[in-house]
Design a protein around this ligand. Structure first.
Ligand code: AMP
Ligand code: MG
Length: 324
């Protein structure tokens, strides 16, 4: 059962968990967040595992200051003015990622953009002391409503996490507002704790709404998630013009002759497999093989989200891959 500690005495134990690649539930001004080190794939995989999320949707990376934010994302003028006006606070900005920023690809579900926010209070102190960004979706199991008290977090996730930091009831009680700059305009991707009108007043123009090229809600995975190569699931054999994505220690027949091979987890550990998923898919795609054959992966625990991601990659494409 998770320990509940008052925020005033929880900084050290919370840091120790994050440094060990574990998760911790923390108060923020919006709702309670389930935090993991955003640069540590195991920590991020544990977030999905503890929430029981059936798919890998991109998470918000939380920062302590502008220097950390600028190390992670590429700010345009509009996004920078919003950060100055509303951070720390319940506003999330979607930005292009700065290459080499150290963010684990599981945080962004393999996207080249990232959602960034600077929270107030305990979360910000925690990040500043860790010296690294944290990924933190709401601290509730998948499909349940967001928790706004430490007791609600413990009742829901208490048997799956070690520590809930108690900062009292969260002041805003709503998720953050998410916006993204697009060619000199701003698009509202999710309404939340800062009213759209406040943002419009700050930038002096109306927000665009609906119909974005990006991801608007958890699970709306656009076709740019798909690799160029075709993807073939549950492969028991592999052809020479296919790359092989393996799982566990039993190989598909013909694996020695595959165009390339990566193993998500030799020991069959789904958490390790989750941390390798996006990087391995990208590496195999770069080989230029006709298809990526994927060995069977069990669908318990994180396997459900892994299989969800893979079956999306294998689904018929809206935008056919350009001829090589
Ligand atoms: P949560 O962390 O549960 O509050 O949810 C995060 C929200 O941010 C989800 O609605 C995501 O779809 C959205 N999000 C995260 N990263 C991105 C991104 N790179 N582009 C667009 N939306 C994003
Ligand atoms: Mg949520």
């Amino acid at each position: 059962m998770a320990e509940i500690l008052a925020a005033g005495v929880a900084l050290k134990p919370a840091l120790a968990l994050l440094r060990a690649g574990d998760v911790v539930a923390i108060p923020t001004e919006t709702v309670y967040g389930l935090a993991g080190d955003a640069t540590n794939g195991i920590g991020v995989a544990r977030i999905f595992e503890a929430k029981g999320r059936p798919r890998f949707n991109p998470l918000i990376a939380h920062v302590a200051d502008m220097a950390m934010a600028e190390h992670i994302g590429l700010f345009d003028r509009l996004s920078e003015s919003l950060a100055l006006a509303f951070w720390p606070g319940p506003l999330t900005l979607v930005l292009p990622q700065r290459p080499g920023n150290g963010i684990h690809p599981l945080v962004t579900a393999g996207l080249d953009t990232i959602a960034l926010r600077m929270p107030r209070g305990f979360g910000r102190d925690l990040i500043a002391n860790l010296g690294r960004p944290i990924a933190a979706p709401s601290a509730n199991s998948s499909g349940r409503i967001s928790a706004t008290t430490a007791q609600a977090v413990a009742a829901d996730l208490g048997d799956r996490i070690r520590l809930v930091v108690n900062g009292g009831a969260t002041p805003v009680g709503l998720e953050s507002t998410i916006v993204k700059a697009e060619g000199g305009r701003l698009r509202l991707l999710r309404p939340g704790g800062i009213a759209a009108g406040e943002i419009e007043a700050a930038v002096g123009m109306a927000l665009l709404r609906g119909g974005s090229a990006g991801i608007e809600a958890p699970g709306m995975l656009a076709s740019h998630y798909a690799p160029d190569a075709a993807v073939r699931l549950d492969a028991r054999t592999v052809a020479q013009d296919e790359a092989l994505l393996g799982f566990g220690d039993r190989r598909a027949e013909g694996w020695q002759h595959a165009a390339a091979f990566r193993n998500l987890s030799q020991s069959g550990d789904l958490r390790e497999a989750a941390t390798n998923l996006f990087a391995h898919m990208q590496e195999l795609d770069r080989v230029g093989a006709r298809a990526i054959a994927v060995e069977p992966i069990p669908s318990d625990g994180l396997g459900e989200a892994i299989n969800d991601r893979l079956s999306r990659a294998a689904a018929p494409r809206d935008n056919p891959a350009p001829a090589a």
